[in-house]
Design a binder for this molecule. Structure first.
Ligand SMILES: Cc1ncc(COP(=O)(O)O)c(C=O)c1O
Length: 472
């Protein structure tokens, strides 16, 4: 019985995804009639009720509409866009793009559980003035010079040596590109490798800004569920054969928002799939060093010998978000395209930031800092978990990263919880924002890294009280 329900659930999602992708691929145009429930059920070899359920959910999500008795039709977006264009500037309006996370982060809150950022009090701020002075002494013209587009050679050499020491892989400074944060790297990848209607695989849930970046580029997004033990690789292979994606963007280490980490076996298998079916793996590794007990497995790129992985490593979270330093390790055949995009974006990241970062990164302080920050974050995570223990809400305790991915009971309406929490100056990220399909409405992401211990304890208590007052 349990298996049958699971199977039905899987099929229903498959139909939902399939119809959505076909609509997005314009196989059926706006206001065009979709196949009848009976036709699609026989085409896909499933029960009619499964198709009906998928159509109903598509209707609920405004992707299709029903015309009396004549069936389901593709929703038109024209009227909505016109509405938007008429809104403000009568001469020209911007094209509609969204960054869902930045909209949530805008106001300031007393209990900030929406920011996957580390409390500035835990970062090595006061040391930076030493490095700024050192950098100006060593490079008096640093502000009078551009960096190279690829990034400061001294920094790339230092990082190359760091990666070689860590993973014993063959690497040269030419394989590295310095970007202004990993978010810019994702953006450059999307610009360089994705054209409208190309298929991109994304984890579900996923890092919200990545969803927005690939969507804004016009990609057809196919979702791969991420579980505590990783992906269903049979499902991944099925999607690869079916949709022929250009790339799979993934965050396999202390994944945002779930905190899950993909095993070594799956890492190796993903590289094999990418080599065999010829698509790119874009490995986003923003949380690699933020672990609690043991270090995570080596990055996927270390198993790649055929040039199928672009590896993005950010140092923003735990060294300095303000310096905006991340690096991309890119196969040489693809580097030229990324360099062109980088030169079009900003002609190279600020040299001063790269030099300050380099001097801190090469110092002994970094290791001590990392050790301290791991303990501080583990304590904060435990405080949040202790406060939530009374609720019966469900989550899997992460072994690293900055977030708890929490499932609320069905009777807690998440949207209302968010608006009521905001009234109490508490913020969190609703699950829908992290879902390329904009569902997962009973999940929320709570970051334990930005608020201090007192704020965590007070804020989570308040959040629980708000939720309890809303549950039926
Ligand atoms: C998975 C992931 N990738 C990339 C980023 C962007 O980080 P940054 O641009 O600061 O390096 C974040 C930030 O939250 C993230 O969670």
């Amino acid at each position: 019985m349990g298996k049958a329900i699971q199977n039905e659930d899987y099929l229903f999602k498959k139909i939902y995804d399939n119809v959505l992708h076909r609509i997005e691929r314009k196989e059926w145009k706006e206001d065009e009639k979709l196949p009848s429930v009976r036709q699609l059920a026989s085409e896909m070899n499933v029960h009619r009720l499964t198709v009906l359920k998928a159509y109903q959910l598509l209707k609920q999500h405004d992707k299709v509409y029903v015309k009396d008795k004549s069936g389901y039709f593709v929703q038109s977006t024209v009227s909505k866009n016109l509405e938007y264009l008429n809104q403000e500037n009568p001469i020209i309006s911007a094209y509609v793009k969204k960054n869902h996370l930045s909209e949530i982060h805008q106001p300031s809150f007393s209990y900030h559980f929406s920011q996957a950022l580390i409390d500035p009090n835990l970062l090595p701020n006061h040391y930076f003035s030493d490095y700024v002075k050192e950098v100006f002494d060593l490079y008096p013209k640093v502000l009078a010079t551009y960096s190279t587009v690829q990034g400061d050679l001294e920094l790339r050499e230092t990082l190359t040596q760091y990666f070689i020491n860590q993973y014993k892989t063959h690497l040269s400074a030419d394989d590295l590109l310095i970007t202004s944060g990993s978010q810019q790297a994702i953006h450059l990848v999307a610009q360089a490798f994705i054209k409208p209607r190309d298929v991109v695989l994304l984890e579900r849930p996923s890092y919200s800004a990545a969803i927005d970046i690939f969507s804004a580029q016009g990609a057809q997004i196919v979702t791969v569920d991420i579980h505590p033990e990783g992906y269903d690789l049979e499902q991944v292979e099925y999607y690869i054969k079916q949709y022929k994606p250009r790339l799979f963007y993934l965050n396999p280490t202390f994944h945002n928002p779930t905190g899950y980490t993909v095993s070594i076996e799956q890492r190796k298998k993903l590289v094999e799939l990418a080599e065999h079916y010829r698509f790119l793996l874009i490995e986003d590794d923003a949380y690699h060093d933020i672990y609690f007990d043991e270090a995570p497995p080596p990055p996927i790129y270390t198993y790649d010998s055929a040039g199928t992985v672009i590896y993005i490593r950010s140092f923003c979270k735990y060294i300095s978000p303000g310096l905006r330093i991340a690096t991309v390790i890119c196969p040489s055949s693809l580097m030229k395209s990324l360099l062109t995009e980088k030169s079009l974006a900003d002609n190279g990241s600020p040299l001063l930031n790269q030099k300050i970062f380099l001097h801190y990164f090469s110092s002994l302080r970094l290791q001590q800092h990392l050790e301290k920050i791991r303990i501080a974050l583990q304590i904060r995570k435990e405080i949040m978990e202790e406060e939530l223990a009374v609720t019966g809400w469900r989550w899997i305790s992460p072994k690293g990263g900055l977030n708890l991915w929490v499932q609320l009971p069905d009777d807690v309406p998440t949207e209302l919880l968010l608006s009521k929490s905001i009234e109490q100056s508490i913020s969190f990220v609703p699950g829908q924002v992290c879902d390329p399909l904009k569902q997962l409405s009973s999940w929320i992401r709570l970051s334990y890294s930005y608020a201090n211990e007192k704020q965590l304890s007070e804020g989570v208590k308040k959040l629980v009280t708000v939720a309890q007052s809303l549950s039926k």
